[in-house]
Ligand binder design. Structure first.
Ligand code: MRU
Length: 358
C-alpha cells in the first residue's frame, strides 16, 4: 500500500528480515530513540504493560504482530504444541492492559485465524504464514484508517485554527499518522495554518514527551501547557477546537480515553469549544455499554514520582486511574475511518457499524 503522506515517526512495525516485531521504546522519548525487536510474546507483553508501547491502536497491532512473529519462530514444533504455545501467547497478551479495545479486537482476530487455519492444514509453516499475514492485515488496516481519519478530521479543522489535544493520539500510538494527530497532520499537509496546544498529561507525560516530539518533528507549531491550564486557555479564547483519541468507544456513545479527557470535555462545553474524538472502528466496542468497561488502575508510584523523582511523601496513598469516561452529550462528533459520526451517537454508531439496538 502506498501513502501520499510521509511517515516521519513510527511506533511499531514488522521487520521482514528479522521476522520480528520492532518498536520504539516510548518511555525513553523524547531524549533517546531506542529500538527493540523481538518475537518473544513474554517480552512484548512486558513492553505493553510497562508502556514501552502504548496507545490503543499500537497496542492492538503489536499484539497481533507478536502472535504472528512467534508463530514463525516455533514452526519446528509438532502442530499440537505449536497451537498450544500460540494460545498461551494470546492469553498472556490478552491480560496486559484491560481498557484499550484494539487489543481484544486484534487478539480475537488472531485467535480466529488460528482456529480457521487449523481446520485446513497441519503444516506449521503454512499456519505461521497465515498468522503473520493476518497480523500484517491488521497493521495495514490501521495505516489506512489513520489516513482516512486524517482526511475526514482535517475537514473539521478551519484554517488558522488552534487545536487542543490531550495525551498522545499520534504516530506513536498507532501504525502511521495517529488519530487526533492524523487530522492535524493532514490539515497541515493540505496547507492549513494550524497550531496545537498540548497538555502535558500527567502522570506519565505522553503529551509533553510524545506529542510535542512528534509535532516538532513535523514542524507544526506546538505550545505545551500543564493539565490544569485547560480551563484558563479556553476562557481566554485561545482554543478553537479539541481533538483527542480514544481507548474505547462504547455502544452507548461514551468515550473512554486518557485520564483528564473528561475534564477537558466539560471545559469545552462550558466555553462553546467543539470537542471531537478521533478513533478507528477497531476502537469501537459494540458489545459493551459504558458500565461494562474495565478502567485500568496503574501503579500509584506513577503519580508519586515524576521521571523517577519522588515528588511527595513516600508512603502517601495515591489513586492512578489510567483512563476516564466522557459522556456522549459532551462530544461534538467522532471521526472514524468510515466517516464522521454526529449525535445522537448511539444510533449513529449503530447505523455506521451495522448493529441494531439490543
Ligand atoms: O495509557 P496510554 O498512553 O496507552 O493511553 C493512550 C490514550 O489514552 C490515547 O489517547 C488513546 O489510546 C488513543 S491513541 C490513538
Amino acid at each position: 500500500m502506498s501513502s501520499p503522506y510521509p511517515i516521519k515517526v513510527r511506533a511499531v512495525w514488522y521487520d521482514e528480515e528479522l521476522r520480528q516485531l520492532c518498536w520504539v521504546n516510548t518511555l525513553k522519548l523524547p531524549h533517546e530513540e531506542e529500538i527493540t525487536c523481538s518475537n518473544d510474546p513474554k517480552r512484548v507483553a512486558k513492553a505493553i504493560i510497562d508502556m514501552e508501547i502504548r496507545g490503543a491502536p499500537a497496542i492492538g497491532v503489536t499484539a497481533a504482530l507478536a502472535v504472528g512473529s512467534y508463530a514463525l519462530k516455533i514452526t519446528s514444533l509438532p502442530v499440537e504444541k505449536f497451537a498450544e504455545e500460540l494460545r498461551k501467547a494470546i492469553n498472556e497478551l490478552w491480560r496486559t492492559r484491560p481498557t484499550a479495545h484494539n487489543l481484544f479486537y486484534a487478539l480475537i482476530r488472531m485467535n480466529k485465524t488460528l482456529d480457521e487455519a487449523l481446520k485446513s492444514t497441519n503444516d506449521t509453516y503454512r499456519l505461521a504464514e497465515k498468522l503473520i499475514k493476518e497480523a500484517l492485515n491488521i497493521y495495514w488496516e490501521d495505516v489506512t484508517a489513520n489516513m482516512k481519519i486524517g482526511e475526514y478530521g482535517a475537514e473539521l479543522i478551519p484554517d488558522d485554527a488552534t487545536i487542543l489535544t490531550h495525551c498522545n493520539a499520534g504516530a506513536l500510538a498507532t501504525s502511521a499518522y495517529g488519530t487526533a494527530l492524523a487530522a492535524i497532520r493532514i490539515a497541515w499537509y493540505k496547507g492549513k495554518r494550524v497550531r496545537v496546544i498540548a497538555t502535558e498529561t500527567r502522570p506519565v507525560l505522553q503529551g509533553a514527551r510524545l506529542t510535542v516530539y512528534e509535532l516538532v518533528k513535523e514542524g507544526i507549531p506546538v505550545t505545551l501547557i500543564t493539565d490544569n491550564a485547560v480551563g484558563m486557555v479556553m476562557r481566554r479564547k485561545l482554543v478553537d477546537l479539541v481533538i483527542v483519541g480514544a481507548d474505547r468507544v462504547t455502544r452507548d456513545g461514551y468515550v473512554v480515553n486518557k485520564i483528564g479527557t473528561y475534564m477537558i470535555a466539560l471545559a469545552a462545553k462550558r466555553n462553546n469549544v467543539p470537542f471531537y474524538v478521533a478513533a478507528p472502528t477497531s476502537t469501537v466496542d459494540m458489545e459493551r455499554t459504558v458500565d461494562q468497561v474495565v478502567i485500568e488502575e496503574r501503579n500509584p508510584n506513577e503519580v508519586k514520582y515524576v521521571m523517577s523523582k519522588l515528588i511527595t511523601i513516600g508512603d502517601v496513598e495515591a489513586i492512578n486511574y489510567a483512563f476516564d469516561i466522557t459522556d456522549p452529550d459532551l462530544i461534538s462528533a467522532i471521526v472514524t475511518e468510515r466517516g464522521v459520526i454526529y449525535p445522537p451517537l448511539q444510533s449513529n454508531l449503530e447505523k455506521l457499524l451495522g448493529y441494531s439496538s439490543r
